[in-house]
Design a protein around this ligand. Structure first.
Ligand code: NAP
Ligand code: ZN
Length: 365
């Protein structure tokens, strides 16, 4: 992929801003509602996409609540986008109108920092542009995400979807998929390894499927006994309910790796003893400050606590192809855009099995 970025104002149609309907949240903690936005003209290296489906990630809820204090309202969330190419810029030669494509959490990066040169764009240090809530020269001055009917994206940030995957159920792979695949690959998870997934939600349930397909022996660590059967159906060999002290103690020092998807501040002490010597707990849950934890739980067995952020574009395409080859998609429930406020309520009260995906045809053109 070339590192040139799109130039706005090309010969390619459409060469004007495109009015687009969307849903936004207008203030911290507020309800979402209709919001009219515009998409930029299709530049030379741009792809204009009609959005069919967009997953609802817990990160979207963090922006609704301004959990990290950086939301710039109105926010149009949505970074698990699947749709069809409606138009391409003159310099885009490897995509066709009508083709099914995806867009994840990133729509731009500097292209020249060490991370970008390594194909690790999510760690770009000099110009990361997230799919929503990032400053942009596009209309509105801030990126607007996938809770909308269409989006214009630089070709370098557009993924292609394996034809075998259901479009709606594949949408969550664009965030939940890559966010879990990337650390599993980085820490070489594979046959002979015993790993734990903490939290069986949107990220967690996709992580179980991917880790299983990578050949690992998977344990789900959940807060609720209600998810035990699902954990096993999804491919986990074992399921631990974190409040069951006896079961947690019996599983001490049994795991090589823990992927922690918990979205709220929590103490690590119940989980760290599950790791063997030199075991690693990788945080992907994004909750800011964490309560203190007992350093003995890392020192005494040389354990590591680390984190991971999405994944680069090359790895995202690799993940989609891997999921295509293994028939991995999310367990989803389709909802209309108008149900989004109810959807967030369900998300935070644990009533989702396991990813809500918005059918964008429910939103007027
Ligand atoms: P989700 O669907 O709400 O799932 C989170 C799961 O965590 C829940 O299903 C629940 O599983 C568990 N959980 C919830 N509250 C808990 C608590 N108080 N204590 C222990 N476990 C709890 O959320 P998601 O969409 O998977 O997102 C998870 C987190 O990842 C969010 O913070 C999101 O912002 C973050 N994220 C990070 C990245 C990244 O690049 N690092 C990318 C995407 C998302 P059980 O019912 O099984 O306990
Ligand atoms: Zn996400």
């Amino acid at each position: 992929m070339t590192k040139e970025r799109s130039t706005i104002g090309s010969q390619s149609p459409p060469n004007r801003n495109l009015p687009t309907s969307a849903y936004a949240v207008f203030e911290a903690g507020g309800d979402m509602g209709p919001f009219a936005i515009e998409r930029r003209p299709t530049g030379q290296r741009d792809v204009l996409i009609d959005i069919d489906f967009c997953g609802v990630c817990h990160t979207d809820y963090h922006y609704v609540m301004n959990s990290w204090g950086n939301a710039i309202y109105p926010v149009v969330p949505g970074h698990e986008i699947v749709g069809r190419v409606r138009a391409i810029g003159a310099a885009v030669t490897d995509l066709a109108v009508g083709q099914t494509v995806g867009v994840g959490c990133l729509v731009g990066s500097c292209g020249h920092c060490g991370a970008c040169l390594d194909g690790e764009e999510s760690y770009c240090t000099d110009g990361l542009v997230l799919t929503y809530n990032s400053p942009t020269i596009d209309p509105g001055g801030i990126t607007y995400g996938g809770f909308s009917r269409r989006i214009t994206v630089d070709r370098d940030f557009v993924l292609t979807l394996p034809a075998t995957l259901d479009m709606a159920a594949a949408a969550p792979l664009l965030c939940a998929g890559i966010t879990t695949y990337s650390p599993l690959r980085h820490w070489n998870i594979g046959p002979g390894m015993h790993i734990g997934i903490i939290g069986l939600g949107g990220l967690g349930h996709v992580a179980v499927k991917i880790a299983r397909a990578l050949g690992a022996d998977v344990t789900v660590i959940t807060t609720t006994d209600r998810k035990r059967q699902d954990a096993e159906r999804l491919g986990a060999k074992h399921c631990l309910v974190s409040s069951d002290q006896a079961a947690m103690s019996a599983a001490a020092a049994s795991l090589d790796f823990l992927l922690n998807t918990v979205p709220v501040p929590h103490c690590f002490d119940p989980y760290l003893p599950l790791l063997k010597r030199d075991g690693v707990m990788c945080l992907v849950g994004a909750f800011g400050q964490t309560p203190s934890f007992d350093t003995n739980n890392i020192n005494m067995q040389r354990r590591t606590v680390t984190g991971s952020f999405i994944g680069g574009l090359r790895e995202t395409q690799e993940m989609l192809d891997f999921c295509g080859a293994h028939g991995i998609v999310a367990d989803i429930e389709l909802i209309p855009m108008q149900d989004i406020n109810l959807a967030f309520n369900r998300l935070i009260t644990g009533q989702v099995g396991y990813r809500l995906v918005i059918d964008m045809s429910s939103l007027a053109e």
